[in-house]
Ligand binder design. Structure first.
Ligand code: ZN
Ligand code: ZN
Length: 353
């Protein structure tokens, strides 16, 4: 079943006559249009892409299955177009539509009730098709190539920022348009900051160095983390590293479709708690990855829904001890009915640089 059919099924289940899609990732997902400006309107038997004169030609090329409608003044004319459709309810993206857009539409729509879509499109996006998985894998393998390249440069004296810049230059030279988020390079005591952006800190002997980064390939994201140690290693560092590794391997072995995000999270959390580091694992096990680097499903204590086959998620337990440092190991994987398909192939045994 294609994406629009899945959306129509969902609309029918919720008793909604049409979806108004403003969010650029959702719009691209449903229409193929990369302009990001305008509104896709999908009813039970018609599909429109409403945009302004700057994008008409592009919309016609990128979205051949949609009727392209030109509306140069969205604030005034979009509601007129929606009013011309014979619908009684219109679903909107409650997490994206601004209060001002909502109130404006509400005041101009005649006899049409605005109702939240309740994450309908984001739910559909969880399950990836072959082409999406292919793009994510390509992003991931390029990211691994880049990490292997910079690993050789990490030594006492180089700054976190220099490592991050080198990574970015490498992936740009190889044709990736951009990063999926600002690269995290956190070393020494800074490695206990789970989201420590690369700083001017100089990497020193005995530091943990956590590198968490992702790239975009054909609009799809990758995400991975590796933690290294530079120079001399303490027993405590070794212990923390091996607990995180055991937690991750346990989760990877146990994860499969049908289990909830909570259950997946618990696989790793139980291991970390068993070794007495539970309080230092303060975030969830993972998250969905696709057009956005953080999307559904939730793989954490709030993930009450079962994981679906062919969703793409991360598995990234970590331990962060303030004043000492932190370790996170993150793989990107496809959830399958009988287990997982790991898209991350780079080594993760403790490596001393
Ligand atoms: Zn990450
Ligand atoms: Zn992540």
């Amino acid at each position: 079943m294609n994406r629009i059919e899945r959306l129509r099924d969902g609309l029918q289940e919720k008793g909604i006559d049409a979806a108004l899609i403003f969010e650029p990732h959702n719009m691209y997902y449903m229409t193929g249009f990369t302009g990001g400006e305008g509104c896709a309107v999908i009813t039970d038997n018609r599909a429109y892409l409403v945009t302004d004169f700057r994008y008409i030609e592009q919309a016609e090329n990128e979205s051949p299955d949609f009727e392209v409608v030109r509306v140069d003044n969205q604030a005034n004319e979009l509601s007129g177009f929606i009013n011309s459709l014979s619908i009684k309810t219109a679903g909107f993206e409650e997490g994206f539509v601004s209060y001002s857009l909502y109130t404006d539409l509400k005041s101009k729509l005649e006899g049409i009730e605005l109702v939240p879509l309740n994450g309908l499109i984001e739910d559909i996006r969880q399950v990836k098709d072959e082409e999406e998985i292919e793009r994510i894998s390509r992003a991931q393998s390029l990211a691994e190539e880049a990490l292997n390249h910079v690993k050789g440069l990490i030594k006492p004296g180089i700054t976190e920022k220099e490592v991050a810049i080198e990574l970015e230059m490498y992936i740009k030279k190889k044709g990736s348009s951009s990063l999926s988020f600002e690269t995290i390079v956190a070393s020494g005591v800074r490695s206990s900051l789970p989201h420590g952006r690369a700083s001017d800190k100089v990497i020193e002997d005995g530091d943990f160095v956590t590198i968490d980064f992702g790239i975009m390939w054909d609009r799809y994201c990758s995400d991975m983390t590796r933690t290294y140690i530079v120079g001399k290693v303490s027993d405590k560092q070794k212990e923390i590293y091996n607990v995180v590794l055991e937690a991750q391997m346990t989760a990877l072995e146990g994860m499969k479709a049908g289990m909830t995000g909570v259950e997946a999270d618990k696989l790793a959390r139980d291991v970390i708690e068993k070794y007495g580091y539970g309080e230092y694992f303060g975030h969830g096990l993972g998250h969905g990855v696709g057009l956005q680097v953080h999307e559904l499903p939730q793989v954490n204590k709030r993930g009450v829904k079962p994981l679906l086959e062919n969703s793409v998620v991360t598995c990234e337990p970590g331990i962060y001890v303030p004043g000492l440092g932190g370790v996170r190991i993150e793989d990107l994987l496809v959830v399958k009915n009988n287990g997982i398909l790991n898209l991350t192939h780079i080594d993760k045994k403790l490596e001393i640089l």
